[in-house]
Design a protein around this ligand. Structure first.
Ligand SMILES: N[C@@H](CCC(=O)N[C@@H](CS)C(=O)NCC(=O)O)C(=O)O
Length: 68
């Protein structure tokens, strides 16, 4: 499976991406990031998105993320 979405289904920003994936019938894995436990501000996630915000999207070697 190539697409990995790091985020939380409870986050609007993540849900927006999930909606697009479903609309396009893409095969993906949702990797949960626990905002309430502050996991988005810890090194493993900051390696995906240095801004510490969900979601982050990995497609093989490519990582995409946004910032408000
Ligand atoms: N422009 C970004 C914004 C991402 C964003 O604001 N994520 C929020 C959750 S919906 C977040 O990570 N908030 C926690 C924080 O900023 O510490 C996008 O749309 O992906």
């Amino acid at each position: 499976m190539a697409l990995k979405l790091y985020g939380s289904a409870m986050s609007t920003c993540t849900s927006r991406v999930l909606t697009c994936f479903h609309e396009k019938s893409l095969d993906f894995e949702l990797v949960p990031v626990d905002l309430f436990a502050g996991k988005h501000k810890q090194p493993p996630f900051l390696a995906k998105n240095p801004f510490g915000q969900i979601p982050a999207l990995e497609d093989c070697d490519l990582t995409l993320f946004g910032k408000l």
